[in-house]
Design a protein. Structure first.
Length: 262
């Protein structure tokens, strides 16, 4: 797993330069994995510059739109309950529409999602904007895809809790603000590299033991062992302490064999 990261200034808006770094990230993912990448974005990133940048590069996207008067007027004709007594379970309907915001040069496909909740007199609605094709992606399928949240947020939470990342907010020991940013960026990147090592070891252990492992458990039970290093004849030998006997044999069985460097 790769954990992309970009450290920005604290007063940067969520969509600032998104029209540059999102396509760049998608290109890197395409080159490294060969997989087709679709971008799921929140309402803070559905500005025209970002959407145009994705469209110009034929990158498929879907994202939520912030509610405003124009969208509310578009949704109004569809906010009607079907005849009959409403069921006890919530219901929802999807409608395929087109909408052109004031900053958009052309109309875009939007999906209106209308929700009915038990014991609620009013219907609720929100909009998704997408460039997915209507034939392969009917509105219900677009909504289902939008609801497939990734695991990035949980990984970010683990980085904060397991590695206790601290970034400096002062210029102590640095001559310029740029020096502070550079120092923080190095600190963050090192923490993310450490996280990727921990996560990789966790995946190996879970595959070998068929049980769940937290990062804290990997760190405390596997990595916190005494070791000595010996350098002889251009070879480094690592001797692990007795505490490693519990989990290291299991870990090494699942680890790919490393070839010697020439």
């Amino acid at each position: 797993m790769r954990f992309p990261c970009l450290l920005r200034e604290g007063n940067a808006g969520p969509a600032e330069n998104a029209d540059t770094w999102i396509p760049h990230l998608v290109r890197r993912l395409n080159e490294s994995t060969g997989a087709q990448v679709r971008v799921r974005i929140d309402a803070g990133f559905t500005d025209n510059d970002t959407l145009e940048a994705l469209e110009d590069r034929n990158i498929e996207y879907l994202g939520r739109l912030r509610s405003h008067t124009g969208l509310q007027k578009l949704a109004a004709p569809y906010l009607k309950r079907p005849r009959g007594r409403p069921p006890e379970q919530p219901r929802e309907w999807c409608y395929d529409l087109e909408y052109q915001a004031g900053s958009w040069p052309t109309p875009r496909r939007v999906v209106l999602v209308v929700q009915e909740r038990p014991d609620d007199l009013l219907l609720h609605a929100f909009f998704l904007v997408t460039n997915l094709g209507k034939f392969d992606w009917p509105p219900e399928k677009v909504l289902a895809l939008y609801r497939k949240r990734g695991s990035a947020e949980s990984h970010m939470g683990e980085v904060k809790s397991a590695l206790d990342v601290h970034l400096s907010s002062t210029d102590r020991g640095a001559s310029t603000v740029q020096d502070v940013m550079a120092r923080n960026e190095v600190s963050l990147l090192l923490s993310l590299y450490a996280y990727q090592v921990l996560h990789g070891l966790r995946c190996l252990l879970e595959r070998q033991t068929r049980q769940g492992w937290s990062l804290s458990r990997v760190r405390e039970q596997v990595l916190k062992v005494a070791a000595t290093l010996r350098l002889h004849a251009r070879r480094i030998t690592v001797h692990l302490g007795a505490a490693a006997d519990k989990w290291w044999p299991t870990l090494l069985k699942g680890m790919p064999r490393l070839t010697a460097l020439s």
